[in-house]
Ligand binder design. Structure first.
Ligand code: IMP
Length: 423
């Protein structure tokens, strides 16, 4: 399994794609088109939002699991965009139990954020939260509902009953017509039909046949609805346990859990971020690291590496390995600060506090590590790295609690140092 160890955008696309050649199935288990993966293959750059990155590896079957929320229009346009570029997408499997992001859920996401004003979450505005809310409220629409018009109509009616009251009376918006929504959704039914499958059965059969199945988390550990910086989180479980429910596999079936860890830290949207930089270093990380959201185009907030967060990610996910990404971005700093603990109300704290108030008060305690100035993008093995870069990686590994098994030294597919095999 691969997942983000920080606030998302750690470079998971590259890690998944790197493994793509050796895995048989790549499964997304949560989130929706709020995610954004950039994958560089040769001179081609692909931005994927909903599709698993494995879609770019010919031998691999990409799967959208039951825990994902699916905007059909986004899925279809992502597929046709890839087809136009010659990518074969016919192997895709879509869970019939996945929930659909309906047009009214996108509307609700946007108007709620506007209504919250200064207290807004900074969502991606893609309808993710309202769709998961409908799922938990048991008024969600699932992919399988597209194939039973009468059931679909009843369900849309039930969902809009309350929503239209809220939209008209609270938000002063126009009511949404049931027929219009049903018609739009039915229009997707035939187009999606070739992909719809019992993905739980397919995945478990594949595991029984000793096929390599890779579960791919969207977002990151600290955006997890249970284990993240609530309420500034996404509405699903990107942490390792989410793969069990979101794909329908037992925990005993998962052998490796790889945390993708950026050599510094970024975050999109609102919420606490202890090592955030507001000076020219932050600006430089943003510029050199190209830290702009793939999905929203928003500038990412940037800061130094936070080992407290990395240790937390190791714990809540049971990480067996790290993939350290974007080490090359740190080239050129004379000294690199790394946050080793927090100071909270005058006390030194080594572990992430469970209390949101404490986390909001957390000030980073930094240790300075010596930097390097040599270009590292051509490094093929750990020993090719300058000594100070090696020490930086070793220090991070020691503080974070799991071995760093691969290091990204540039955006390209081959700009990676593999230390231990992931399989
Ligand atoms: P939502 O997932 O659109 O509801 O947004 C909730 C929070 O998660 C916001 O702060 C978003 O910026 C953040 N978020 C959602 N998806 C991603 C992602 O793929 N990378 C980084 N942040 C994300």
């Amino acid at each position: 399994m691969l997942l983000g160890a920080q606030w998302g955008d750690e470079g998971k696309g590259k890690a998944t794609d790197l493994l793509g050649g050796s895995v048989d199935y790549v499964v997304r288990y949560q989130g929706g088109n709020n995610a954004g993966h950039t994958v560089v293959v040769g001179d081609q750059k692909y931005a994927l939002h909903l599709l698993p990155s494995g879609i770019l590896s010919p031998g691999c079957t990409p799967v959208i699991g039951n825990g994902v929320v699916v905007d059909p229009s986004v899925l279809l346009s992502e597929l046709s965009g890839l087809n136009e570029r010659g990518v074969d997408t016919s192997k895709l499997l879509l869970s019939g139990n996945a929930h659909i992001i309906t047009p009214y859920n996108v509307t609700v996401d946007k108007v709620t954020e506007r209504f919250l004003g200064k207290r807004k979450i900074g969502t991606t505005g893609r309808g993710i939260g309202p769709t998961y809310a409908d799922k938990i409220n048991r008024v969600g629409i699932r992919v399988q509902d597209l194939y039973d018009e009468s059931i679909l109509t009843q369900k849309v009616e039930a969902a809009l009953d309350v929503k239209n009251q809220i939209l008209t009376k609270l938000y002063n918006r126009r009511a949404i017509a049931v027929d219009q929504v049903v018609e739009e959704l039915l229009d997707y039914a035939d187009k999606l039909a070739p992909y719809v499958a019992d993905t739980v059965l397919v995945i478990n059969q594949a595991l029984e046949e000793d096929k390599v199945v890779l579960f791919e988390g969207g977002q990151g550990t600290l955006l997890d609805i249970d284990h993240g910086t609530y309420p500034f989180v996404t509405s699903s479980n990107p942490t390792a346990g989410g793969a069990c429910t979101g794909a329908g596999v037992g925990p005993t079936k998962i052998s490796r859990v790889i945390g993708i860890l950026k050599a510094y830290t970024t975050r999109v949207g609102a919420g606490p971020f202890p090592t955030e930089l507001f000076d020219e270093d932050g600006e430089a990380l943003r510029r050199i690291g190209g830290e702009r959201g793939v999905t929203t185009g928003r500038d990412r907030r940037c800061g130094w590496f936070d080992a407290v967060i990395a240790r937390y990610a190791t714990r809540v996910n049971g990480l067996t390995d790290f993939f350290l990404t974007k080490l090359d971005v740190l080239t050129g700093w004379e000294q690199i600060p790394v946050c080793v603990a927090y100071e909270i109300d005058g006390k030194r704290v080594e572990e992430l506090p469970y209390s949101q108030t404490d986390f909001h008060h957390a000030k980073p305690v930094y240790e300075m590590l010596p930097g390097w100035s040599e270009d590292i993008s051509k490094a093929k093995s750990f020993s090719d790295l300058p000594k100070n870069a090696q020490s930086y990686v070793k220090a991070l590994e020691e503080m974070s609690g799991a071995p760093i098994s691969a290091i990204g030294v540039g955006p390209g597919r081959d700009e990676t140092i593999q230390i231990n095999s992931f399989l």
